[in-house]
Write a protein that binds this ligand. Structure first.
Ligand SMILES: Cc1cc2nc3c(=O)[nH]c(=O)nc-3n(C[C@H](O)[C@H](O)[C@H](O)COP(=O)(O)O)c2cc1C
Length: 195
């Protein structure tokens, strides 16, 4: 069993709630699944590139460029842990760049003869750790695109087993966030045990 963790926050560990939550989740996961392989892609640390013309053309022509390689690598995992802060109602653009590389026709999805896209991943699981400076209860949830986008794009490629954990009001109410953080981590550990 292989788990891929995708981190998209430029802050160092001690300054980022999302990174700390991800560490706790992975520690708990490793403790409960010592035989599983866990790999981490830190998109900022690796200066993950934006998609360029050469890559789009090689994927379109069916040759093995970075897109196909990245998509095949992504597909080889059984579980995905995605972490992102909400930035301008969505996720950081570096995570979008990663997603642009792994959504590849013929690898992670295909078109049916009726032109309908169909996900090519099956029996996969994903967990999303999202952090937000404010809170988005309904009706504001309608324009909270971070969680919605990640959930939908994973569903598009066939990952239907999706769960999420959000930490909201981090900037709006920093004291309360810090005070209640250890309780939140306990809940998160429970998710990690069941993942
Ligand atoms: C460029 C930028 C844009 C942001 N946009 C939003 C936003 O649209 N909504 C929101 O609630 N918080 C926003 N925030 C606040 C972050 O979501 C928040 O600081 C972060 O999730 C905290 O988690 P972290 O400690 O892991 O970074 C933004 C922060 C930055 C740096």
């Amino acid at each position: 069993m292989k788990l891929l963790c995708i981190i998209s926050n430029p802050k160092p560990l001690e300054k980022s709630y999302g990174r700390r939550m991800t560490e706790v989740f992975l520690d708990e996961y490793r403790r409960n699944n010592p035989s599983h392989q866990v790999d981490v892609i830190d998109l900022y640390a690796s200066n993950y590139p934006v998609l360029n013309y050469t890559e789009i053309e090689s994927a379109r022509e069916g040759s093995k460029g970075r897109m196909v390689e990245e998509a095949e690598k992504f597909k080889s995992y059984d579980k995905y842990l995605v972490m992102a802060p909400m930035w301008n109602l969505s996720v950081p653009s570096i995570l979008k760049s990663y997603i642009d590389h792994i959504i590849v026709s013929g690898v992670t999805f295909r078109y049916t003869k009726y032109g309908i896209p169909k996900g090519l991943l099956s029996n996969k699981k994903a967990f999303y750790i999202g952090t937000r400076g404010g809170a988005y209860p309904f009706p504001a949830s309608v324009f909270a695109f971070d969680l919605k986008y990640i959930k939908f794009v994973l569903k598009f490629i066939g990952v239907r087993n999706f769960k999420s954990f959000l930490l909201e009001n981090i900037d709006k109410n920093p004291e309360k966030t810090e005070d209640s953080f250890s309780k939140k981590l306990e809940k998160l550990r429970l998710h990690a045990r069941n993942f």
